[in-house]
Design a protein around this ligand. Sequence first.
Ligand code: PEP
Length: 253
Amino acid sequence: MRQKIVAGNWKMNKTRDEALALTSEIVNMVRDEVRGDVQVVVCVPFVYLTSVGKLLETQSNISLGAQNCHQKASGAFTGEISAAMLQSVGTQYVILGHSERRQYFGESNELLKDKVNIVLENGMKPIFCCGETLEQREQGIHFDLVCSQLTESLFHLTPEQFANVVIAYEPIWAIGTGKTATSDQAQEMHAKLRAHIASKYGAAVADATSILYGGSANPGNARELFGQSDVDGGLIGGASLKSRDFLDIIKSF
Ligand code: PEP
């Protein structure tokens, strides 16, 4: 059985008080309403990791996540945050390669390889994002492109290391646009990715890899998306900022 995961990506939203209020609501709702087999993750802005982490200590199936980290261990990189720093404040997951970071901060597959390495070396799990633009889909190169994102950033890992990676397929045209991939489109890509992982690491590793869907997922479409055989949960942006919506998505399995 693959781990079901629903991860919220708060992006650059919420003040401190708002972040703590949202966390408390999520903690209470998950405790009252969510069965134990779904791993919930909240990926919060760096500055709230410690305080949100304290609130999460009471709820064992909610994990703390960050949204990025620097690729080097330490040093003269003013303004940056290292993997060791994240680990030292209790971070368990780190989103890497989100399309916004690829687009606005020039993150390449090669750079992401180093980030994946340092996150794993520090005992955390990368949530590795991949996905194509609308133009690339229309050109028919989306399968090759997304598979090559995995090949170039992840396929140097040993099978034991790869077992700690979570994949998030996020078609860029669906992120924050209100335009969701159909469940067939999501399933098609997830199955391709799983086959691609199997070609490198074998069927057992591929079958055990959680592949999440991200892109305008909401309480209205999550059930159908999560009902697909190769969709193991979601990476949720906008809808993770409202506790009720986030909870309804978590309960959509
Ligand atoms: C995301 O940012 O990872 C995301 C999926 O955003 P949204 O759900 O808002 O499309």
